[in-house]
Each structure stands twice: as structure tokens, then as C-alpha cells.
Write a protein that binds this ligand. Structure first.
Ligand SMILES: N[C@@H](CCC(=O)N[C@@H](CS)C(=O)NCC(=O)O)C(=O)O
Length: 203
């Protein structure tokens, strides 16, 4: 398999963590991809022009991160990150949506700040900041249950989102108001899969 990736993408990190947690890490060749380079050819694999994009050995292409992660989870025999059915499955999928949605809002805010000053819309950036704060509040209510349950794709999505928010918005200071979430994240960020995939700016 081949994975088109960028080193700082929180969605790519979900896939990278999933690869380690499922023991499939060695089966993947990595293709660095700068989606913002006008000359990028990522669109020939993924019409959406995004990373992560996974290309299987038979040439099937998968996107986006929820689909790629579920595909990978299907390939291994160990403990599943996507519960097979019932309430546990819906809980994991909803938590994934919350983590991914928090990342989406953070990315929209980041990109807004990268537009030329005269084109930036403060109300839009504020709206995204509000979404991030609200998602964190919702996660504070979930944190004890998250700490008790087995790890799922929901935990991975939330962990990668918080890691990326710390990386891009270190000034947020979210921990003080959300002590249970902060405790959960401190533990989760210590996992081997998380330590090995921490975002860093390309040299
Ligand atoms: N929902 C997608 C989001 C992927 C995404 O937006 N990736 C960013 C990199 S962090 C990207 O490729 N952006 C390029 C673009 O939006 O044109 C997923 O979960 O994989």
C-alpha cells in the first residue's frame, strides 16, 4: 500500500496512529505530498486533492481518513478500533465526528489567518474558534467515559485533533477549563503510536 501524506496533517496522523495500533505500519510506503503546491499531482489519485490518500496494492484508492482507517482496521486480526455494531460502534463514530469536526474548524480558522490581511473575515475566524471551544466542552463531558473504554477510532480522532490544536494554536490554553479532558489527553498522548507521530514542521 501507498499513503500520500503531509507531516503536519492531523487527518494523516489519524491514519499513521491507526497503522501503528493495528500493526500494519510496515506495510505502507509513504509518498510526501504538498497539497498546496500548484504542481501537485495528488488530484490524479484523489479528485478532492487532499491527504490522506491511500492506494492499495491492487490500485484501489481510499479517502478520506474515516474511510482509510476503517479499511485498515478491516485488514488486521487484533483488537478492532471500529466496534463491529451496537451502541459501542455509534459511540466511536460519533466521537470520531466530534474530533474530526473540531479539527475541521481549527483548520478553517488557520487558513483564514493565512489569507491576505484585507481578505480576512474576523467573524468567520471567531465562528471557528467558538466551534473548537464548544467541541472541547463537549469532550470534557465525555472524558471520563473515554478514559474507561477501550481505545477506538474516536479516541484517535480526538487525540490527533488536540495534538494539532496544541501545535498550531499553543496560546489556546484549553486545559485549565477542561481538567478531565486534559488528564485524558496527557495519558493518551503518551501512547507509542502518538509519540511516534507527533506533528513537526518540515525542516
Ligand atoms: N475529511 C478529510 C479532510 C482531509 C483534509 O482536509 N486534508 C488537508 C490536509 S490537513 C488537505 O489535504 N487539504 C487540501 C485542501 O483542502 O485542498 C479527512 O478526514 O481525510
Amino acid at each position: 500500500m501507498k499513503l500520500r501524506y503531509s507531516a503536519t496533517s492531523p487527518y494523516v496522523r489519524k491514519v499513521a496512529v491507526t497503522l501503528i495500533e493495528t500493526g500494519l505500519d510496515k506495510n505502507v510506503e509513504r509518498i510526501p505530498t504538498n497539497v498546496w503546491d500548484p504542481a501537485t499531482d495528488v488530484g490524479k489519485d484523489n479528485p478532492l486533492g487532499k491527504v490522506p490518500t491511500l492506494i492499495t496494492d491492487d490500485g484501489t484508492v481510499f479517502y478520506d481518513s474515516p474511510v482509510i482507517c476503517e479499511y485498515l482496521d478491516d485488514l488486521h486480526k487484533g483488537k478492532k478500533l471500529f466496534p463491529a455494531d451496537g451502541e459501542a460502534r455509534w459511540r466511536a463514530l460519533k466521537l470520531q465526528a466530534l474530533g474530526d469536526g473540531m479539527t475541521d474548524a481549527g483548520i478553517l480558522r488557520l487558513l483564514e489567518g493565512r489569507r491576505p490581511k484585507e481578505l480576512q473575515w474576523d467573524k468567520w475566524a471567531d465562528r471557528q474558534a467558538t466551534v473548537v471551544a464548544r467541541a472541547m466542552d463537549a469532550l470534557e463531558d465525555e472524558a471520563d467515559a473515554m478514559a474507561k473504554g477501550p481505545i477506538t477510532i474516536g479516541h484517535i480522532a480526538v487525540g490527533c485533533s488536540l495534538g494539532w490544536l496544541d501545535f498550531r494554536f499553543p496560546e489556546l490554553g484549553w486545559r485549565k477549563q477542561r481538567p478531565a479532558l486534559a488528564d485524558w489527553y496527557d495519558d493518551f498522548a503518551d501512547r507509542k503510536s502518538m509519540v511516534a507521530t507527533a506533528p513537526k514542521e518540515a525542516a
